[in-house]
Ligand binder design. Structure first.
Ligand code: GLU
Length: 490
């Protein structure tokens, strides 16, 4: 039978990088085996599910390139792919469970359950449903219903014993049935619980392998018992370890960015995030680290996913992003930078293509994320210059700098060629005439032109600014220096 796997997010928030990694592993597993990757939306919690969250999940998956074969917008033969539209399936099988004596109506109210839970905790017992409604006869049920109570449906747990499975990632996992209780399958409002809806859908969608985060591991025995009670074939299970922040706790917003969208906004490439997430828990041969999605599709093996939690290392992601940026063709790199800068409000469409390419080239190896294009290119992207106060204070304190910058401005104004070569010639000649090191003049000019000490090469900076902006910034810096410097002669 061909492999069918699913990613089953609840649309109640952003697409967490942990969720994205689960989606990726499912996707890769399906691709490697020529199987089907299904997207199922677990939106039975109407109060918490939002269209914005759904859109964020779909966008995030698409941006990463994890295209699903069946699911929302893709369609498929096993739909609908929204749990909110699958009510009849849940009710039909609930009838089967009841008919077989494997489920029973429970009339306990939330307040009663809570009071008993507290009493159990007070006695030092683990809180679990006490089975009170399990043995009710029809007359007792009718009496409770007549009191206006609405029933939930509870699963009737089999007797003591062990529920176990062979997990693809974790090996054999087993739970004593005694630690479970008669859990709810259909709530009193008619909605299915996660464990139950998940089993009904995984069965209906012919899921062969359930690959998900190991935060679900304690749900799995309940799900196995449901499969058994319904007489259904079990899928295989793979529980992948959580992603941790650098303090060892589960990665969350507290650690910085935790959503796919946030990494996109920070200027990471989908190629790099995919590569990075693939290696959080999986390794190819312990050596090779750079993979494209297409390459991962060829080599990924779920069996090689480790069971230890993986720590999210931002520096590694940044390194990887730099590597993936280098792998792109120059045209593609420029296109990505342009699209990123557009999302940050910079419209480069009026600039000639050579200018855009020159900007990216000038930033060179400093481009680790697309955001570096803004960080290092902002001097050319905006007409208004922001000056780093420390860099300015240093400039202001130096003697002679103002007049030198003014002269450099005049020389640039007169440089007909205005090419990288001519700009270098003009600048070096001036330094020689002034009897100072070229580096000294250049670092002052860098602050005057970019507002910072660290910036792309000076002649690239001049060329990117163009004559008018470069000259006016040099003049402006000279005038400001004259007004502020303790060395300025009045
Ligand atoms: N909706 C569940 C979640 O988002 C799905 C878990 C599963 O894959 O079974 O965690």
């Amino acid at each position: 039978m061909s492999v069918r796997v699913r990613f089953a997010p609840s649309p109640t928030g952003y697409l967490h990088v942990g969720g994205a990694r689960t989606a990726l592993y499912n996707y890769l597993y399906a691709r490697r085996r020529g199987g089907t990757f299904i997207l199922r939306i677990e939106d039975t919690d109407a109060a918490r599910s939002t269209p914005e969250s759904l859109a964020a999940i779909l966008d995030g998956l698409r941006w990463l390139g994890l295209n699903w074969d069946e699911g929302p917008e893709a369609g498929g033969t096993h739909g609908p792919y929204f749990q909110s539209q699958r009510g009849e399936h849940y009710h039909a099988h609930a009838g089967t469970l009841r008919g077989a004596g494997r489920a029973y109506p429970c009339y306990c109210t939330a307040a009663e359950l809570e009071a008993r839970r507290e009493a159990q905790l007070a006695r030092g017992e683990p809180p679990r449903y006490d089975g009170r409604c399990r043995g009710l006869d029809e007359a007792a049920r009718a009496r409770l219903a007549a009191e206006g109570r609405t029933a939930a449906l509870r699963f009737a747990l089999p007797g003591p014993g062990e529920t176990a499975w062979e997990d693809i990632v974790r090996g054999r996992v087993s739970f004593r049935n005694e630690v479970l209780d008669d859990f709810v399958v259909i709530r009193s409002d008619g909605l299915p619980t996660y464990n139950y809806a998940c089993v009904v859908d995984d069965h209906a969608m012919e899921i062969t392998d359930v690959v998900r985060g190991d935060d679900h591991i304690s749900n799995t025995p309940r799900q196995l018992l449901l499969y058994q009670a319904l007489g259904w074939t079990l899928p295989r299970f793979a529980h992948v370890p959580m992603i941790l922040g650098d303090d060892g706790s589960r990665l969350s917003k507290r650690h910085g960015a935790a959503s796919v969208a946030a990494y996109r906004e920070l200027g990471f490439l989908p190629e790099a995030l995919v590569n990075f997430l693939a290696l959080l828990g999986w390794s190819f041969d312990g050596q090779r680290e750079l993979f494209s999605l297409a390459e991962l599709e060829q080599v990924f093996l779920l069996e090689r996913v480790g069971s230890n939690p993986a720590v999210f290392n931002l520096e590694k992601l940044e390194w990887m992003n730099g590597q993936h940026l280098k792998r792109l063709s120059e045209d593609e790199r420029v296109r990505r930078v342009e699209a990123f800068l557009a999302s940050r409000g910079y419209d480069l469409s009026a600039r000639p293509p050579e200018w855009r390419a020159a900007l990216v080239r000038a930033i060179g190896d400093r481009l680790k994320t697309l955001a570096d294009a803004e960080r290092y290119g902002v001097f050319a992207l905006r007409d208004r210059l922001e000056v780093d106060p420390e860099a300015w204070a240093e400039l202001r304190a130096k003697p002679e700098v103002g007049p030198r910058l003014a002269t450099l401005g005049e020389r640039l104004a007169a440089d007909a060629e205005f090419s990288l070569a001519s700009l270098e010639r003009v600048t070096r000649r001036l330094a020689e005439e002034l009897g100072i090191k070229a580096g000294e003049l250049m670092s002052a000019a860098r602050v005057a032109l970019t507002g910072r000490r660290v910036a792309p090469g000076l002649f690239e900076v001049m060329a990117l600014l163009g004559r008018e902006r470069a000259v006016s910034r040099l003049r402006g810096a000279a005038a400001r220096w004259a007004g502020e410097s303790p060395h300025a002669r009045v």
